[in-house]
Ligand binder design. Sequence first.
Ligand SMILES: [Zn+2]
Ligand SMILES: [Zn+2]
Length: 438
Amino acid sequence: MNLTIHRGTHEIGGTCVEVVHGSSRIILDLGMPLINPGGGEGEEFNFRLHKDTAGVDLVAQGILPDVAGLYEWDTSANRVDGVLISHAHLDHYGFTRFLHPEVACYLGEATKKLIDLTCLFTPAEVSISRPVYIASGTQFSCGEFSVTPYLMDHAGFDAYAFMIEAGGKRLLYSGDFREHGRKRKAFEYFLRAAPRPVDALLLEGTMMGRKAEEVPTEEDIEESMVETLRETDGPVLLFASSQNIDRMVSAFRAARRSRRMMVIDLYTAHVLKSIGEYARIPQPGPDFSEIRVFYPYRLCRMLDYTDRKHLLYEFTKYKITKKEIGELADKALMLVRPSMLGDLERISNLDRGALVYSMWNGYLKKADVQRLVDFSRSRGMEFLTLHTSGHATVETLQRVVDTFKPTKLVPIHTFHPHRYHQFGAPVVEVEDGQSFSV
Ligand SMILES: [Zn+2]
Ligand SMILES: [Zn+2]
């Protein structure tokens, strides 16, 4: 097997790996970068600045990875055999919009649902025209490769690691994962069931180089949330990602335990309903009378203007108004986003409430997030952070290395590849675009 990491050897986000064996080629993830190509850790990548640039030029500028036979404009007969998408985070699938329509895209069914919802509710555009759905532990063939996906514990729902076998060699790509979330058992199964030893381990290292501190579990987050909800006199606003299903479950359980109504917005209602087909999770409906749906003004106007009106009507039965939320006061836990600021300004009784920030603290630098925080302060609300990472701690990474005993340990999805030497396995440090054999 031959491997090329097109992006990800020295950064988090925009992951893309090409694996070659004989005449077969597969691609692991086709993500959009989080930072500017060639830029530093703090320089955020903004695709809007490039959206009018032709795909060929994006390749020439080094924004899109240079992979033959992958893109829609590529007419060569030498097409890649398939693209494997680990999970529904933009830094792993964001560039599939340029994918050639005849290239098969292997991904989880729930992952496809989440990607479709992102396209319906945000300006993101993706075109996966040939999806092939995968199942944890079930091997499939792609060209000359045998691939076995394993469900992982991650902040993104339906995330997979891939065991890839060809020519008597084994390559394990971890994708993004952790072991302190609600899918810990999936991770344990992966450690027990996946074959070993492996010839190469492509291991994510998001947490490498971050301060070593106690990492709370998702259950710890739920406990802290219960405490906050019980101690706060007014409404509690929660800023968390709607697609972080583990966090939505923590919030719902905390709301139920503290006898608060959980108010989610229309977009979140659609997410929970879609994912509800694959997991037992709370969603608006007769089984969950303590969930109500709020209709944010800007979102509804966008759906109305862009011919997506049908999305407006599904949850009208469970609708809650701004006035009703204000009246609930200390009986409400409301999920919010910066785009809902205009709505929040018209809700009463917030002054005795709190804003709980439940995302990676790097986003606090964003102007719209800062406006939300400033607003909460101007209303006299308490501001607090309750969050745990979607990524593995250094101890968990060590467990994976010890379990699979790789001949080559390859850093990916990290800013600190040189730190991988601490794991006690032979590290292969490469640059983006540099090929090496397994
Ligand atoms: Zn990622
Ligand atoms: Zn992720």
